[in-house]
Each structure stands twice: as structure tokens, then as C-alpha cells.
Write a protein that binds this ligand. Structure first.
Ligand code: GRF
Length: 194
């Protein structure tokens, strides 16, 4: 299956997807809403990249339409938001809903939003985790596809806990995408006649 990955930051999850040697999927392009450090790993591998900055558009509707077009140009079977820190609009959701995944560093529905790791620490939970879910119009509210627990340890700060979560999140994301990609016939292969 053809996969487009979207990121906004370091891109360690995207790097894990590109490094995963799974026959079920290939990262065919990496997109971002800004010039992000995570794009470098794709460029080093010769994987096409695209940047669609919100600031280049008069409003979110036109940004969302431009993003949908930039993603569609790579004919993805799956789109993965891996640390993409923008909410998708109607054009992206219409084009890729149902095959648009997000990964979140908490056990949704606990701790949705942009500060999940900080919020879990503040709440004093002893277990948090990672979630891969299908994206809908809400914030981290789509159907959960897979989750994995991660312990919170004494003395954890946000960075140390997030690193521990990401180590689990990388494996969860690769395995979940492998399962989904294996279960559906990619658009670029002949469909078996029933
Ligand atoms: C991941 O934990 C993701 O769930 C969250 O931001 C982090 C992205 O990390 N939204 P990276 O940019 O892939 O290193």
C-alpha cells in the first residue's frame, strides 16, 4: 500500500515508518505544514516531500483544500498523521476519511489534545500509553484502532515520559499500519475477482 505521512516536528515516528521493512506498505511521500526537521530523513532517503504552510493561504478552508490536493498527488492508500499538529478540514476528511490515521501519545479518550503527555503527568496517572485511531472531524475523537500501555515512572518529566511513549508508539504505528495495509487491497494492484 502507498502511504503518505504528515508531520510537524522531529519526525521520529515518520522515520520509523520509512525504516520499517514491511512488504505491506511503502512511504511514498512526506508532507508538513512547515519546514520541519522531520523532512530531512525523507529527503535523505529520496522520498518526495511537500510543505503546505497555513501562512500561505488566506484561510483554513483554502489551506485544507491545498493540503488535500498535495496529498492526493501521491495517490495514497493510507495517510498517517505522525505528529502533525493541525486539525484536518472538510476537504482532507472527504478525500481520505476512513483511511486517515492519527497517532496520539495517550490512551484515548484520556488526555486528548496537544498536551497529552503533560496532562497525564499532571493527573498523576501511573499508566498512560499510545493510541492509533482513524481521524474524524473531532480532536482525537475518531475510532480507536490500536492502543498500548506505557508506565509513568517516579521522577518522570514530560520529555522522559514522552520518549518512553514514543518508543512504544513507533512499534504500535508500524504494526497497526502493517495490519491495515495487509487487510486491504492497494489501489495499484489488480483486485481479485470474487
Ligand atoms: C508523537 O508522540 C505524536 O503522537 C505526537 O507528537 C509526537 C511526534 O513525535 N502528536 P515525532 O515528531 O514523530 O518525533
Amino acid at each position: 500500500a502507498r502511504v503518505v505521512v504528515l508531520l510537524s516536528g522531529t519526525g521520529s515516528l515518520c522515520a520509523a515508518l520509512m525504516a520499517a521493512d514491511r512488504p505491506s506498505f511503502t512511504v511514498v511521500a512526506v508532507g508538513a505544514d512547515r519546514e520541519a526537521p522531520g523532512l530531512a530523513a525523507a529527503r535523505e532517503r529520496g522520498v518526495p516531500t511537500f510543505v503546505v504552510p497555513l501562512a500561505d493561504h488566506p484561510d483554513r478552508v483554502s489551506w485544507d483544500a491545498a493540503l488535500a490536493g498535495a496529498i492526493a498527488a501521491h495517490r495514497p492508500d493510507w495517510v498517517v498523521s505522525a505528529g502533525f499538529m493541525k486539525l484536518f478540514g472538510p476537504a482532507v476528511l472527504a478525500a481520505f476519511g476512513g483511511r486517515l490515521l492519527n497517532t496520539h501519545p495517550a490512551l484515548l479518550p484520556a488526555f486528548p489534545g496537544a498536551h497529552a503527555v503533560r496532562d497525564a503527568l499532571a493527573a498523576g496517572v501511573t499508566t498512560t500509553g499510545a493510541t492509533v485511531h482513524l481521524v474524524d472531524a473531532g480532536v482525537d475523537t475518531g475510532p480507536v484502532v490500536a492502543q498500548a500501555p506505557v508506565p509513568v515512572l517516579p521522577g518522570d518529566d514530560e520529555a522522559r515520559l514522552h520518549d518512553r511513549i514514543k518508543a512504544v508508539e513507533r512499534v504500535l504505528l508500524v504494526d497497526t499500519l502493517d495490519d491495515l495495509a495487509s487487510a486491504t487491497t492497494p489501489s495499484d494492484q489488480p483486485r481479485s475477482t470474487p
